[in-house]
Design a protein. Structure first.
Length: 609
């Protein structure tokens, strides 16, 4: 299953002679797969010894047993085999394989050779093989296809899966590549290439292979629930990556020489200037994919190797506006609802870019909107349209910035005002004044935690006495990946992880994590949920803000009043089995002055357990 580098004889306990590389001939010794997995931290020596003892009685391959028992994710095994054999490896999935190439040989031949063709570039066929060092197999493929063969490593179970899919009729190749019906991609607002340009590039863009490649790229992004598509120039062509659950993943590697054509096609449908390649541009397009309308925001920027394109995928189906669906724990949700129930004042949502702040504000507006409430927003840009909400998009070119739009909104008799982002002193001052004059103002801000929002606004020049009167509450948030339900398993976190989380006494508690499967792209995670720190500004906190007390004192007071930090909230989510402890440690941060609250997290963990 897993290539020649992972046979029993290459591990402990084998009676076969060592491979040539391991003999004392002056050549470097070939790495053993088990050792590589231990080096990578994927496998422990105890686990390896246990599986090796099973292997001796079953005569099955080590890698096959490791993956089957969920000890090692398939992607980690491919990486280890790749290092051991000194050859590139791949985990197969849709988008990496040209289905039409499978017809070059009968299905039984591909299965016998444990190989599948991926793509062809100028007479060179890249083939995924379970045994990429098998010269007879390579010669057989070369003779049958009349092409040069470039082998790469893949697991044989992965190969068999896709050979059967593409040869057995489970995948309609024509539909996969060219269909623009409800199962494909259709550009709603079309704009043809200017025929007056009359150059080869324009004709290349209009050619169906480029159109189909871009369509498949968009379609796969929608199916995989990607938030962004990165189309990047590379020394050897083009690299395409998806951001799924906040992490970039490789999608496909188109043939060399097509980067300019792919970029031009995306710029054409985004109504951008394909002739201008020296300055950044922005565009927007609406497509129909999977039977529903999807908005795409396109951004281009020149780089040393060519233009890079990033496409933001705005799929309303992925927008969760009900607060109960976002990941709030019941206590935090009740506190946030109290903040929103007030008739006037300022409610802030803070966090880094991409942490879901706008989604949280949309959920707040969904809770507040109704026929009797006038809600007006100013956003840059408007990402999703909500009924009963008047949404304004910032346009700096016309002089319509956040501050100016906010002043105009105040003359529109609003009940609730949502400010997409407080970026400067002028916007902050107008927002605070609006909160003090009888309006409920919702806004986002970039800070690390909830108490830090107070320091950020005072640094912007907002007087403490005004801020203490206006501020109702602050929500700080992060997005953590949730465990994949298809491959979820129980485990015991390392002692250091428990120490970092502030719960060293939980050494015997079982946590959950995903081990990786095809459904979650071998990551162990599928989907995301929010981790929320909610600070309600009580009378005591108002007095402290009025006196301009430092942030660490505010943080200590919040803790005394029962508030939990981001890490504490995340640890409780991990204890509930909704995500792994390591994921919480990745997305939350703390420093030395947070140490008391980390200890409190241990107490919170005890209560949850």
């Amino acid at each position: 299953m897993n290539g020649p580098g992972d046979r029993q004889s290459e591990e402990k306990g084998g009676n076969a002679p060592p491979p040539p590389e391991a003999r004392p001939s002056g050549k470097p010794r070939r790495l053993r797969v088990g050792d590589v997995l231990i080096e990578d931290g994927v496998l422990t020596q105890a686990q390896l010894d246990r599986v090796l003892s099973q292997q001796r009685s079953t005569s099955r391959r080590l890698g096959e047993l490791l993956v089957e028992q969920g000890v090692v994710p398939p992607a980690a095994l491919v990486r280890a085999l790749s290092r051991a054999l000194g050859i590139k490896g791949v985990v197969l999935r849709h988008g990496l394989i040209d289905p039409g190439l499978v017809k070059l040989m009968p299905e039984e031949d591909w299965l016998r050779l444990k190989a599948i063709p991926m793509f062809r570039v100028r007479g060179v066929l890249t083939v995924a093989m379970a045994e990429p060092q098998s010269l007879p197999s390579i010669d057989r493929i070369r003779a049958a296809t009349k092409l040069k063969v470039r082998p790469v490593l893949a697991l044989d179970s992965n190969i068999v899966e896709y050979v059967k899919k593409y040869s057995g009729g489970n995948v309609d190749v024509d539909a996969f590549l060219t269909s623009l019906s409800e199962s494909g991609v259709e550009v709603v607002e079309r704009e043809r290439v200017d025929e007056g340009a009359g150059n080869d590039l324009d004709r290349m863009v209009e050619g169906s292979p480029i159109v189909n490649l871009v369509n498949v790229t968009f379609l796969q992004a929608v199916r995989d629930k990607a938030s962004d598509i990165h189309i990047e120039p590379d020394k050897r062509g083009t690299r395409m990556r998806y951001r799924i659950d906040g992490v970039l993943r490789d999608l496909m590697k188109p043939p060399p020489g097509l980067h300019a054509a792919i970029v031009s096609r995306v710029k054409v449908i985004g109504k951008m200037d394909i002739a201008e390649k020296r300055t950044p541009q922005e565009g927007r397009v609406r497509i129909v994919a999977e039977g529903r309308e999807i908005d795409l925001r396109v951004s281009s920027i020149p780089t040393l190797l060519g233009e890079k394109i990033v496409v933001r995928v705005l799929d309303k189906q992925n927008l969760r506006v009900r607060m109960e669906d976002l990941g709030f724990r019941q206590a935090a949700l009740a506190t946030f609802r109290r903040v929103l129930d007030q008739s006037h004042g300022l409610a802030l949502v803070t966090g880094p870019t991409g942490s879901g702040k706008t989604t949280t504000l949309y959920s707040a507006m969904d809770l507040l909107r109704g026929p009797e409430v006038n809600i007006v927003t100013v956003e840059d840009p408007v990402e999703y349209q909500l009924d009963l909400v008047n949404q304004i998009q910032v346009n700096e070119q016309c002089g319509l910035g956040f501050a100016r739009a906010l002043r105009s909104i105040l003359r529109q008799d609003p009940d609730v005002i949502m400010v997409g982002e407080i970026r400067d002193q002028e916007t902050a001052r107008v927002a605070v004044q609006a909160a003090l004059t009888g309006h409920l103002v919702l806004a986002t801000l970039h800070t690390n935690d909830a108490p830090g929002a107070v320091a950020r606004l005072t640094d912007m020049g907002i007087e403490p006495y005004l801020l203490s009167a206006a501020l109702n509450g602050v929500v700080a948030q992060r997005l953590a990946r949730t465990n994949c339900s298809n491959c979820e398993t129980k485990y015991y976190p390392a002692e250091q992880a428990l120490e970092d989380a502030g719960i060293p006494d939980k050494a015997g508690v079982v946590f959950k994590k995903g081990v990786g499967c095809s459904q979650c792209h071998n990551s162990g995670y599928l989907g995301r949920l929010g981790v929320y720190e909610v600070m309600e500004v009580t009378a005591t906190l108002k007095r402290m803000i009025h006196r301009n007390r430092p942030v660490h004192e505010l943080r200590e007071q919040v803790s005394r009043e029962g508030g939990l930090s981001l890490r504490q909230e995340g640890v409780l989510l991990a204890l509930e089995g909704r995500t792994s402890l390591e994921e919480i440690l990745r997305v939350t941060q703390h420093d030395e002055e947070d140490e008391p609250s980390v200890k409190a997290a241990g107490e919170a963990g005890k209560e949850a357990a």
